[in-house]
Design a protein around this ligand. Sequence first.
Ligand code: G3H
Length: 252
Amino acid sequence: MSNRKPIIAGNWKMFKTVSEAVSFFSEIKGKAEVDGVESVICAPFTTLPALVEAAKGTSIAIGAQNVHFEDNGAFTGEISGVMLKDLGVKYVIIGHSERRAYFAESDEIVNKKVHASFKNGLLPIVCVGEKLEEREAGQTKDVCKVQTEAAFQGVSAAQAAEVVIAYEPIWAIGTGKSSTSEDAQDVIGYIRGVVAGLYDQATADAVRIQYGGSVKPNNVAEYMGQTDIDGALVGGASLEPASYIALVEGAK
Ligand SMILES: O=C[C@H](O)COP(=O)(O)O
């Protein structure tokens, strides 16, 4: 039995205005708060101040979806870890496949962002995962190994134990084609082994690893039933209050 606390994180991506975010939160307050499950909303930057305020006195944590690796500077349009910490944000998603694909986020940048997060007291949710053609070529585990090792470069064991990894096969994101729970367990167990190789078994046993990719209220429990799967990073199904509440309840 692991001591890892299950973690459900909603990734809203580029959805919701401030008023929509606040209205969503008022509906999940007290409901998406389940003993033994950590509940996190990763929202657009513009909504974060209002959400952090709304989340006061609740057990729901607020996360960002990106962070720049420098604390400040001439980086037009970027947001730093200093700024996120100042807002009261707890988590930050790093290296989501959409950022890797559309914003040229490399493994090196991902690693710099992981360091920037810890430097500023934020907890990273690091995304790894293979493309369809990589899966078909039998490269899934190799891809995840390379991405995981790069993300953890120079990260201490104490910090590593606090990282959340999200394994998201890219072909499963937003497609309705989820990985089977057995396949997800196979890859996630392998990723845990990669972390053990970098550090030690105790560190690897502490790291929480989520599955992401078309997770819905009706399949979340199946993933949670697998030994190494500690939660889910959820896009589409995190956008409606009832659905998000059901996801958190399903992770018990
Ligand atoms: O970050 C979340 C993932 O990209 C999964 O998105 P999805 O649940 O809409 O497939």
